[in-house]
Write a protein that binds this ligand. Structure first.
Ligand SMILES: O=C(O)CCC(=O)C(=O)O
Ligand SMILES: [Fe+2]
Length: 350
């Protein structure tokens, strides 16, 4: 039996959720919207250079932004409604995939975790167990067994075909599904983060909150020929991200990584990184990255955005300011109040 301490804090979002990082898909541009006046001043010119040249096109952009802001304002209410409907009406195909067991994990990954928990563990020692010939500080290693990935995809396809409502993870991805609403958090993602990913991240990313990853947002993304093919260049609302390729069969669709978000694009060199089924790529959330288009098949990935409240309470990565806290549900966006001490509870895995 494995045990670990997990805080049972109340988590918050930052008020910038309703103003910042609004993605305009047609122009592949993230924008900030406070008022129409500010928006015109800040973006009219750049939008023109990207092909938004007529008044009608600009009005369409404004309508989309208003719709996105409304969607964000109602996120937590809608999410709770979906979770309640799923609980009531959805019957899982493989109920066991909702409960993490060590048998689902690749032996190499278990070994990495065990090593990381030893008293004399070092980053160099851990790196001997990992592929690091990828991009700077991007690490690749087996996470699950192939059999588990297969079962998880069967479950995801069963969900897709069912009339269960599906919460989409973000505006960049039209076919992803939020996993907390499906009931994956408590017995799967939280113990995976607490018991396996945190010890490893502590050694690899102590400078980016890796030692105190206390919440997450987990979802799956899906790419298919007549659906989303790729994912634009972006950074995650996370300190450390795990991205596991679940399958099925696909060609191309590699990831590419640039520099940290603060480095200008003109000074960035991107590196393409291969991704194999059942393997994970672990990276700093704020290292810029994207996914190249698949050229055939179907690609499902599990994405875990891990957050460190200690880190983000100082600076919200989405607006680059000290966060203004707004109440949210569950892990919200991983911010906590710094004026109240964290509660601690015991996470147990059998
Ligand atoms: O499709 C992928 O593998 C990348 C997904 C990703 O970067 C994200 O959802 O944040
Ligand atoms: Fe990402």
């Amino acid at each position: 039996m494995l045990k670990s301490e997990c805080p049972v804090d109340t988590f918050y979002t930052c008020s910038c959720l309703c103003t910042d990082n609004i993605f305009l898909d047609e122009y592949k541009l993230h924008v900030r919207f406070v008022s129409e006046e500010q928006f015109k001043w800040d973006y009219q010119h750049i939008l023109k250079t990207l092909g938004c040249t007529t008044v009608d096109q600009f009005d369409i952009v404004l309508k989309k932004i208003h719709a996105e802001i409304e969607r964000r304002k109602s996120l937590s209410v809608k999410s709770a409604e979906r979770a309640a409907l799923i609980k009531k009406h959805y019957t899982p195909l493989h109920p066991h995939v909702y409960h993490l067991q060590e048998a689902y994990l690749a032996p190499e990954f278990i070994h990495m975790m065990q090593y990381s928990l030893t008293n004399d563990a070092t980053e160099e020692g851990l790196l001997k167990l990992i592929h690091s010939d990828t991009a700077p500080r991007v690490y690749r290693f087996p996470v699950f067994t192939k059999d588990f990935c297969h079962k998880l995809i069967e479950e995801l396809e069963h969900i897709e075909l069912s009339d269960a409502p599906k919460g989409r993870p973000n505006t960049m991805n039209n076919y992803g599904i939020l996993l907390n609403e499906l009931g994956f958090d408590e017995a799967f993602i939280t113990p995976l983060r607490e018991l396996y990913l945190r010890p490893v991240s502590s050694l690899l990313y102590p400078d980016c909150g890796g030692k105190c990853l206390d919440s997450h947002k987990a979802f799956v993304v899906k790419y298919a020929m007549n659906e989303d093919l790729d994912l634009s260049y972006h950074y995650d609302n996370a300190e450390v991200t795990l991205n596991v390729s679940l399958g099925k069969e696909f060609t191309e669709g590699n990831l590419y990584f640039g520099d940290m978000r603060q480095v200008p694009l003109s000074e960035t060199e991107c590196a393409e990184v291969e991704h194999h089924v059942a393997e994970g790529l672990l990276h700093r959330g704020q290292q810029m990255h994207g996914a190249l288009p698949i050229s055939s098949g179907l690609r499902w990935n599990l994405i875990i955005w891990m957050r460190s409240s200690q880190e983000r309470n100082r600076l919200c990565p989405m607006c680059n300011k000290r966060p203004t806290l707004v109440e949210g549900d569950g892990f919200a966006d991983g911010f906590t109040r710094t004026d109240v001490p964290a509660q601690r509870a015991l996470c147990v895995m059998h």
